[in-house]
Write a protein that binds this ligand. Structure first.
Ligand SMILES: [Mg+2]
Length: 296
């Protein structure tokens, strides 16, 4: 469901009011920590922070539009559509339900982050993995057995994410449609294959992509393999996404250009310092998805 005009206006106003959002053509600042911790859980969605997740800005080498025929690799979650805010809501509900007598909500959240890190290593990304993390976290932080009722309640928090409609981020639908007329667009996401393909199907964007890749992890090696498989020419290939850890840094390491489009609620496990692009490669940071048509 597209974001309403009112929400878009509020987002724009918040962005303009924020002292942390700088004009696009300021000098680079690539050595600072680019992640901030989320807002306190009590303020999490539906409230959204006006602050960007990074406080550094990358400057385009040129404002001129790239010639047609580029290969544009698009991340999906929190680049094309909302994703992490649903997880944050589910986690807030879980912490509320746990209502731990000793640990603060922040401590519970920190423990859940660690549990998720371990679960993802074992089982990969996706709702099944998330569900397992919630149950493991509950078991580890309570000394009570999980009754069938409690188990069902915890599972319902993860299920609430699956029940969400696809909510495209502002400007995505018309921008992708336009870019696909000039360039080859490939979706490059990670996570559970069926879940990600189902989201793409429900997004209404599928027709604009020449190919879809659902990777286990977005590593430099994975990007190099993808480039080889799809016969991409590195000097005309750009990875576009919201995650420094998965979209920007590994793509730069693989010899590609990158376009960083920050999202206010990028998952904490995706936070990382944005690396400086190697010589001959370009890193752009854009304030909004719609700005892509100025460059491509
Ligand atoms: Mg993403």
């Amino acid at each position: 469901m597209p974001r309403s005009q009112q929400e878009q206006r509020e987002r724009n106003n918040a962005a303009q009011a924020s002292p942390h959002i700088r004009p696009q053509h300021r000098p680079r600042c690539l050595t600072r920590q680019c992640a901030r911790l989320r807002a306190p859980l009590s303020t999490l969605p539906p409230a959204r922070s006006a602050e960007p997740i990074i406080d550094c800005v990358t400057t385009p080498n040129s404002t001129s539009r790239q010639p047609p025929g580029q290969t544009l690799l698009f991340d999906a979650d929190d680049t094309l559509w909302e994703n992490n805010i649903y997880f944050e809501r589910a986690i807030a509900a879980f912490i509320n339900y746990l209502d731990h007598r000793i640990h603060t909500p922040e401590e519970v959240r920190g423990h859940l982050n660690r549990v998720e890190h371990t679960t993802i290593k074992e089982q990969g990304y996706g709702l099944k993995s998330f569900r397992k993390s919630l149950i493991a976290c509950f078991e580890q932080l309570t000394d009570q057995p999980i009754t069938p009722e409690k188990h069902a309640r915890i599972v319902s928090f993860a299920q609430s994410i699956a029940d969400q409609e696809i909510e495209l981020l502002p400007g995505v639908a018309p921008t992708i449609a336009e870019l696909a007329t000039r360039h080859r667009c490939i979706l490059v996401t990670k996570g559970d294959n069926l879940e990600q393909r189902d989201k793409l199907n429900r997004s209404g964007l599928e027709a604009h992509f020449a190919a879809v890749e659902v990777l286990h992890e977005k590593t430099p090696a994975a990007y190099r393999a993808l480039v080889e498989h799809h016969i991409c020419d590195a000097p005309t290939t750009w990875m576009i996404g919201n995650s420094p850890r998965s979209d920007i840094n590994p793509a730069l390491a693989a010899g590609l250009h990158a376009v960083f489009i920050p999202h206010d609620f990028t998952w904490v496990l995706e936070h990382e310092v944005v690396n400086q692009p190697p010589a001959g490669q370009t890193l752009l940071e854009l304030a909004s998805f719609a700005d892509l048509t100025q460059h491509f």
